[in-house]
Design a protein. Sequence first.
Length: 80
Amino acid sequence: MKYSIHNIGPKDTSQGHVEIGDAVRRSREAVGYSVDDLALTCGLTCAEIIGIELGADADPGRLRRIAAALRVPTSTFALK
């Protein structure tokens, strides 16, 4: 099954997590990765990535794995 941002409903999140999620999504799209591509590359599940993009709390280890897979600095996902 292909996952998309429309398969999973948003959860109650704080604005900071949403900003990080937006940065993850923008970075993923900038390199031309689908959620499936990123999941394969970083070893997370599609549901985990979609959750992060929607603003779910993401631990620093997961963000480091995503940053490495996308070849961006981890600071890309820092709160602004």
